[in-house]
Design a protein around this ligand. Structure first.
Ligand code: DGY
Length: 329
């Protein structure tokens, strides 16, 4: 008998076929995210679950006594209640590697858009405000040869560092829980203490996963330490930043601008005052959103799911649940 799984995300036909070959599956056919009551019914007899960002908490796990694996179509997994999953021996997998360069590209898109004011000046041209060729009020800030401060130096951090160092001749500082000597040697980046990094950087990129330690990592005190000319970029999770403090830092010119992919609440309320500021560039959580990369992520996540329910242990198990399979991650 094939293992039962539930697919809660939309997947292309070839992925569905692949899952069908190995599993007895049902899938969510409705619009948007599956409502919780529907999901609770669907998980009652499945061993595997394919999701994107849905909260996996005690309530869901209590409704899923046979569940062995939750496969997340994302690299971040702050939607997992790690303790609850660990208690029940449910593993969680994610999709590292395939999105690193795509997210790093977006980071540079945000850096350039913010420092060179591209969206603002795009509107300037389109609204017919452009009257003469050199207007000093259109000037932006150079990124090349400036100092990039990276908070979080995982694989995506390294891809950003590479672009900064070799593409833009930037001086790259980084802060990470553990120093990365290999990256220092290969990429010429320097480990810098948190506060010093905030004080010295022209562009600060927050790329840390959301955990209890990183929630609200950047707040009023941190913005005060930054240069008045600094640009702040967040492509991690909205909850790593105190959004009220960010708004204030931008309004009071504590920093010069911000580029945001993630928000405390997603989708962000269109009336949020931060959206009214000209020195903020926003995109709707699209770090990994290119057609190719999203396709690759779904493929990896489907493979993680199938491998786990068919007994092949070579999945991308998230490191906090790796103890369940210590030598297989
Ligand atoms: C992830 O995979 O965690 C990204 O945030 C998706 O863009």
């Amino acid at each position: 008998m094939k293992p039962k799984v539930f697919i809660a995300v939309s997947v292309p036909p070839e992925i569905e076929k692949y899952i069908a070959k190995h599993c007895d599956y049902r899938k969510w056919e409705g619009e948007g995210t599956i409502p919780q009551d529907e999901l609770l019914k669907e998980v009652s007899n499945v061993e595997g679950l394919l999701i994107q960002g849905i909260k996996i908490d005690k309530k869901l796990l209590d409704h899923a006594p046979n569940l062995k694996i939750v496969s997340n179509v994302s690299v971040g997994y702050n939607n997992f209640d790690i303790e609850a999953m660990r208690d029940r021996g449910v593993i969680g997998t994610h999709t590292p590697y395939v999105l690193d360069d795509t997210v790093a590209d977006l980071v540079f898109g945000l850096i350039l858009s913010t420092a060179r004011r591209i969206p603002e000046l795009d509107q300037y041209v389109k609204q017919g405000k452009w009257k003469k060729s050199d207007e000093t009020n259109l000037y932006g800030t150079d990124i090349h040869h400036s100092t990039l401060g990276l908070i979080g130096m995982g694989r995506i951090g390294e891809a950003i560092a590479k672009r900064g160092k070799f593409g833009f001749d930037m001086d790259v500082l980084y802060y990470n829980r553990t120093p990365k000597p290999k990256a220092e040697k290969e990429l010429g980046v320097s480990y810098t203490h948190f506060k010093e990094l905030l004080q010295k950087s022209d562009v600060i990129v927050l790329m840390t996963p959301l955990t209890s330690e990183t929630a609200n990592l950047i707040g009023a005190n941190e913005f005060k330490l930054m240069k008045k000319t600094a640009f702040f970029i967040n492509t991690s999770r909205g909850q790593t930043v105190d959004e009220g403090a960010l708004l204030e830092a931008l309004q009071t010119k504590e920093i010069l601008g911000a580029g945001l992919d993630v928000y405390q609440q997603e989708p962000i309320n269109p009336d949020h005052p931060i959206l009214r500021l000209p020195n903020v560039v926003t995109v709707p959580h699209i770090g990994s959103a290119t057609a190719k990369t999203r396709q690759d992520m779904v493929k990896v996540a489907a493979e993680n799911l199938v491998k786990a329910v068919t007994g092949d242990k070579r999945q991308n198990i998230v490191k906090d649940l790796a103890y369940i399979n210590p030598d297989k991650v």
